[in-house]
Design a protein around this ligand. Structure first.
Ligand SMILES: *[C@@H]1O[C@H](CO)[C@@H](O)[C@H](O)[C@H]1NC(C)=O
Ligand SMILES: *[C@@H]1O[C@H](CO)[C@@H](O)[C@H](O)[C@H]1NC(C)=O
Ligand SMILES: *[C@@H]1O[C@H](CO)[C@@H](O)[C@H](O)[C@H]1NC(C)=O
Ligand SMILES: *[C@@H]1O[C@H](CO)[C@@H](O)[C@H](O)[C@H]1NC(C)=O
Ligand SMILES: *[C@@H]1O[C@H](CO)[C@@H](O)[C@H](O)[C@H]1NC(C)=O
Ligand SMILES: *[C@@H]1O[C@H](CO)[C@@H](O)[C@H](O)[C@H]1NC(C)=O
Length: 565
């Protein structure tokens, strides 16, 4: 009898192993489909001091937050001016922006902030993380509009902004930045009244900025642009997708050549600032060697919204999203509707590969006092569901997050939500929408306790050269604990954290990595052998958040660095 049981156990065990080996690469089922009103909101801090116009998560698990320096007295008063003189609260001090912080660093583990120092104004600027995790921030306003600043994250909170002695060629206010696959170089595109792009560092000394005729065409002068903060997405073939207003191109930046012009996105209205819709590149997948690239653009403002907003009439925003495959040769926008109209909406890729649409307004356009009816409910979008079943509405917040707000994904799976200033300065009274300094986190449904037994825990990444990271195509392994048998679908996602401002999440990117084998080692420990992405075109060098997703339930993410050999 005992022998028979043993045999049965052994057979069961072997079946399990076989099953695991086979289903390392699974078929997608996710958390139940009725997320109606699900998720939770946490109030983290009542006063961040500074409006989170711009936000970025560093690989030291801190979030860099900054505003414009010209916004006057922020909610974080400094004791000394940058020149060392004491700030005494005199009239002179009140007018000196260096008596106030305009940037802070938020520590996720301590739930605290510390002030940072900005020498010039990074208002409406752009940024990208370099391969070593340093944030390269470009442009801004006035004397800051050609500036280049670095933030090199560090462990013991001693780091601060450093201004480069080098400068951009053109003034870049409302431009976008893309990290390129090669040489730790960024490309900065557009800006107010600037229809060019440029590289930094410059490829060779005489290089200046290069005209991009594409940007002239969708420039809508009566609406203050509608081509600002263009959407940029790096395609796996090394070309760059550029979207402005309603138009888009595939651009070979190495040759300064438009490879193709995509069809115009259907429907009226516009998608870029100040119409301010949003876009993402949907998760890239190892099953097609990361070559199938699809973008999604959601929301924006109605035609004429800017002019009517100036008269205090706020038109309904756009409700539609368009999805288009930008790789291959067949391109068509597939349109679908969000549960409601929305603009100034942040779009974030969740560790599950689903898209979260959060923040923004239902009416108006971007700009001071130009929007109404805040969008309080996040939307969850499941790209792999059939049409009509992709959207669900999550739990509403009570706090309006409209102009100059932002959101970013945290390693523990929550979404940090901050900012909002639909006023010319820090204004807390006598306005419909006061300046918002409260810091919140949205806790998505996948973090509910009921899923804890499914949640992979204690994730650690093992690779040969831990100081320098994993090289392209290299194998590496991930260990984690799982209380129960794994579900049919265990996925491994790598996420490049964005620089987020004005509803644009620059350089946000997710890869579903190839898993070569998945085995149960002992006492609930699992080991997966994974393969790093094949090339920098697929995943530009840098720090990525690696998450183990078991049947739609994500672990806490760990940082992994991908680098050239
Ligand atoms: C924020 O302020 C409210 C009202 O004063 C208080 O009840 C709450 O505890 C504060 N929350 C935090 C996170 O400080
Ligand atoms: C990363 O590279 C930049 C640009 O070369 C440099 O300024 C910065 O100090 C480097 N950061 C680290 C952490 O090495
Ligand atoms: C409040 O705003 C209204 C309309 O903008 C203005 O007329 C009024 O003077 C303001 N009141 C105060 C106390 O600032
Ligand atoms: C898993 O992680 C938790 C918290 O990080 C720790 O307390 C626990 O000891 C770890 N478990 C194992 C088996 O390493
Ligand atoms: C790790 O990689 C760096 C840079 O590629 C190299 O200098 C170093 O020797 C490597 N270390 C090991 C242990 O392979
Ligand atoms: C580490 O390097 C060895 C020998 O070069 C190789 O066999 C092994 O697969 C590598 N391990 C990982 C985790 O990449």
């Amino acid at each position: 009898m005992a022998k028979k049981e043993n045999l049965l156990l052994i057979i069961k065990f072997m079946i399990t192993i076989l099953f695991l080996l086979l289903h390392c690469f699974g078929f997608g089922v996710a958390v139940g489909s009725s997320e109606g009103g699900k998720g939770r909101w946490q109030l983290l801090l009542n006063n961040t001091g500074v409006v989170a116009m711009h936000m970025a998560l560093t690989h030291h698990n801190a979030v860099i937050i900054f505003d414009q320096t010209g916004a006057g007295q922020s909610g974080y008063r400094l004791r000394r001016r940058y020149n060392g003189a004491k700030c005494r609260g005199t009239r002179d001090d009140l007018e000196d922006w260096s008596c106030y912080a305009h940037s802070v660093e938020y520590s996720i583990s301590d739930n605290s902030i510390r002030p940072l120092r900005l020498d010039t104004d990074p208002w409406c600027s752009s940024a990208a993380f370099l391969s070593n995790g340093t944030l390269l921030q470009t442009g801004g306003y006035g004397s800051g509009s050609r500036r280049i600043r670095y933030f090199r994250p560090c462990k013991r909170s001693r780091c601060d902004w450093k201004q480069s002695k080098r400068a951009l060629h053109d003034e870049r206010w409302y431009s976008s930045t893309q990290i390129l696959p090669e040489n730790d170089r960024v490309m900065v595109v557009g800006g107010r009244g600037v229809f060019t792009y440029e590289f930094f560092p410059k490829p060779s000394s005489g290089d200046t900025s290069i005209d991009l005729p594409f940007l002239h065409h969708p420039n809508d002068r009566h609406s203050r642009g509608n081509n600002l903060y263009p959407f940029l997405h790096l395609v796996s073939d090394g070309n760059l997708f550029i979207f402005a207003n309603r138009e888009s191109i595939l651009f070979n930046y190495r040759m300064n050549r438009v490879v193709k012009t995509f069809p115009r996105i259907p429907g009226d209205g516009a998608r870029n600032y100040p119409s301010s819709g949003s876009s993402v590149i949907l998760p890239l997948d190892y099953t097609n060697n990361f070559q199938n690239v699809e973008v999604m653009v959601c929301g924006g403002a109605a035609s004429g919204a800017y002019r009517t907003a100036e008269q205090g009439r706020f038109l309904n925003g756009l409700r539609s999203c368009g999805r288009m495959v930008i790789s291959g040769n067949r391109h068509k926008w597939n349109m679908e509707n969000m549960p409601g109209p929305r603009l100034m909406n942040d779009m974030l890729i969740l560790p599950t590969g689903q898209i979260l649409i959060i923040n923004g307004a239902k009416r108006g356009c971007a700009g001071y006092g130009k929007a109404a009816s805040p969008s309080l409910q996040p939307y969850l979008y499941k790209p792999k569901q059939i049409l009509g079943k992709r959207f669900s509405v999550l739990r509403a917040t009570k706090i309006a997050r409209m102009y100059h707000s932002s959101a970013t994904l945290l390693p523990d799976g929550r979404i940090l939500v901050a900012g909002g200033n639909p006023n010319n300065r820090y204004t807390f009274t006598n306005v419909t929408y006061p300046t918002e300094l409260r810091l919140q986190a949205f806790v998505p449904p996948y973090m509910d306790e009921q899923y804890d037994t499914q949640r992979p825990a204690n994730v650690s990444i093992n690779y040969n050269n831990s100081t320098y990271g994993v090289t392209y195509g290299e194998k590496f392994s991930v260990q984690f604990l799982l209380a129960r048998r794994p579900s049919n679908v265990v996925e491994f996602t790598a996420y490049a954290p964005p620089f987020t401002t004005h509803a644009v999440s620059m350089n946000q990117r997710m890869l579903k990595l190839r898993c070569r084998s998945l085995v149960r080692v002992e006492d609930g420990w699992m080991r997966a052998n994974l393969e790093a992405p094949p090339s920098p075109n697929v995943a530009p060098p840098g720090y990525y958040m690696l998450t183990v997703v078991n049947g739609g339930i994500p672990s806490i993410s760990q940082w992994v660095r991908f680098k050239p050999a």
